[in-house]
Design a protein around this ligand. Structure first.
Ligand code: NAD
Ligand code: MG
Length: 380
C-alpha cells in the first residue's frame, strides 16, 4: 500500500489554545507544514508558537495588538497580521490545504465559513459555529467543495462508525459524556468556579470545561451531531460514560452497534481529521482493556442538568433558537468564570433567553449575527 500523501499546509485557528497545542504537536509528528497560526490576544505565545512551528503567517484577532505582534516577530521571517478579516484571509490562503478550526465560541464563525467556501479540508473542533449556523456552514462547504472532518471526539467517533454507511441505516446516534465533575453531586447550588474547572478525564480550555460541568457541552454536541450527520436531535441520545473510553456509538436499524474507542486524548481525533481516510502511527497508544476493567454507562440526570432539554428544544425549534442558546450560554459561562453569577444561573439565563426569543424561520447569516449580538447584550 502506498503511503498516504498528507494534506498540504495547515492553518490553525486558535493555535494557542488546548486544541491548538495538540494540533501543533500532531502536525510536527506527522511532518505537516504549518502555514498560519492565529490567536486572540496572547501575542508572546502566538509569536513563539509561530516560530516553533515554522509558520509563514501569524494573525492576532485583536487589531489593537498588531504593532506588538510585529515587534515580537521582527527578524523572524514570519509575517504578522491582525483583525477578524485577517483571520479569514489566513483560513483561505492558497497555500493552505487544511484548516483546523480551534477558536472557542462564536468568534470562529466567520473564518469557518470562509474556509468552507474556499474548499479547504475543514477540521472542526470549534462546535459553536455549527450550533449557531449549521445549515449555513454546510451550504458554504457544499458551494466551495470543502470536506468537513469533525475533531470533537464524539463526532469523530460517529464519523468513523458511519464510514461506508448511509444515514438511512441509522436508528440512533449515541453520544457519550463523561458526566463532568458534578456527576454525583446532588446539590449544585453552591459549587465554585474552581470545582467546575476540574474535569475528571479531559484537559481542555476553560469555556468547554465549564460546559462539561453543566452538560451544556453535550447539549451543544447534540445539535452539532444533528448538523453534521443529518440525524434529527430526537434520535441523538446522550449516555453518561464516566471512563471516556467509548467516544460515541452508532446504533443501526438491525440492532447492530458500532463504537469507536480510545484513550481520552484529543490528539487522536485531531490526527484522524488530518490523515483521513487513513489511520497513521501516532503518539497515543490504544487502551489496555485488561487494565481498564469495567466500562460503565448510565442515563444523564435531566433534572439536575436542564441544559440537555434546552438543547433538544432548540434543535427542534430550529431558526434562531440554537444561536440564541449558544450566545446565552457563552455570556453566562463568562459571567460564571468572572464570579458574577452562580453555577445554576447558567441554566436560568439560557432558559430565559430561549423563552424570550422572537424567532425567524431559516435565518440568514445577518439574522444569526444580529441574534447573537442581541442575546449577548441582553443577558450579559
Ligand atoms: P482554548 O480556550 O484553550 O483556546 C481557544 C483559542 O481560540 C485560543 O487560541 C484563543 O486565542 C482563540 N480565541 C479565543 N477567542 C477568540 C476570538 N474572539 N478571536 C480569535 N481567536 C480567539 O479552547 P479549546 O479548549 O482549545 O477549545 C477550542 C474549541 O474546540 C472550542 O469550541 C471547544 O468547544 C472545542 N473542543 C475542545 C476540546 C478540548 O479538548 N479542548 C474538545 C472538543 C472540542
Ligand atoms: Mg466532545
Amino acid at each position: 500500500m502506498s503511503e498516504v500523501v498528507p494534506v498540504p499546509a495547515l492553518c490553525i485557528l486558535g493555535a494557542t489554545g488546548s486544541i491548538g497545542a495538540s494540533t501543533l504537536d500532531v502536525a510536527q509528528r506527522l511532518g505537516l507544514p504549518v502555514y498560519a497560526v492565529t490567536a486572540h490576544r496572547r501575542v508572546a505565545e502566538l509569536a513563539a508558537c509561530a516560530v516553533r512551528a515554522g509558520a509563514r503567517l501569524a494573525v492576532i484577532g485583536d487589531p489593537a495588538l498588531w504593532p506588538e505582534l510585529r515587534r515580537a516577530l521582527a527578524g523572524s521571517g514570519v509575517a504578522a497580521a491582525a483583525g477578524p478579516q485577517a483571520l479569514c484571509e489566513a483560513a483561505t490562503a492558497p497555500e493552505v490545504g487544511a484548516v483546523v478550526a480551534a477558536i472557542v465560541g462564536a468568534a470562529g464563525l466567520a473564518p469557518t465559513i470562509a474556509a468552507a467556501r474556499a474548499g479547504k479540508r475543514l477540521c472542526i473542533a470549534n462546535k459553536e459555529p455549527l450550533v449557531m449556523a449549521g445549515p449555513l456552514v454546510l451550504a458554504a462547504a457544499r458551494a466551495g467543495g470543502a470536506q468537513i472532518v469533525p475533531v470533537d471526539s464524539e463526532h469523530s467517533a460517529i464519523f468513523q462508525c458511519l464510514e461506508g454507511h448511509r444515514v438511512e441505516e441509522v436508528a440512533e446516534l449515541i453520544l457519550t459524556a463523561s458526566g463532568g465533575p458534578f456527576r454525583t453531586v446532588r446539590d449544585l447550588s453552591a459549587v465554585t468556579v474552581e470545582q467546575a474547572l476540574v474535569h475528571p478525564t479531559w484537559s481542555m480550555g476553560p469555556k468547554i470545561t465549564i460546559d462539561s460541568a453543566t452538560l451544556m457541552n453535550k447539549s451543544l454536541e447534540v445539535i452539532e451531531a444533528q448538523v453534521l450527520f443529518g440525524v434529527p436531535a430526537e434520535r441523538v441520545r446522550v449516555l453518561i460514560h464516566p471512563q471516556s473510553i467509548v467516544h460515541s456509538m452508532v446504533a443501526f436499524r438491525d440492532g447492530s452497534v458500532l463504537a469507536q474507542l480510545g484513550l481520552p486524548d484529543m490528539r487522536t481525533p485531531i490526527q484522524y481529521a488530518l490523515t483521513w481516510p487513513r489511520h497513521r502511527p501516532g503518539p497515543v497508544p490504544a487502551p489496555d482493556f485488561a487494565r481498564l476493567g469495567a466500562l460503565t454507562f448510565e442515563e444523564p440526570d435531566r433534572r439536575r442538568f436542564p441544559s440537555l432539554d434546552l438543547a433538544y428544544e432548540a434543535a427542534r425549534r430550529g431558526g434562531l433558537a440554537p444561536a440564541v442558546l449558544n450566545a446565552a450560554n457563552e455570556v453566562a459561562v463568562a459571567a460564571f468564570l468572572a464570579g458574577r453569577v452562580r453555577f445554576l444561573d447558567i441554566f436560568a439565563i439560557v432558559e430565559r433567553a430561549l423563552r424570550e426569543l422572537d424567532d425567524v424561520a431559516e435565518p440568514s447569516l445577518e439574522d444569526i449575527l444580529a441574534a447573537d449580538a442581541a442575546t449577548r447584550a441582553r443577558y450579559a
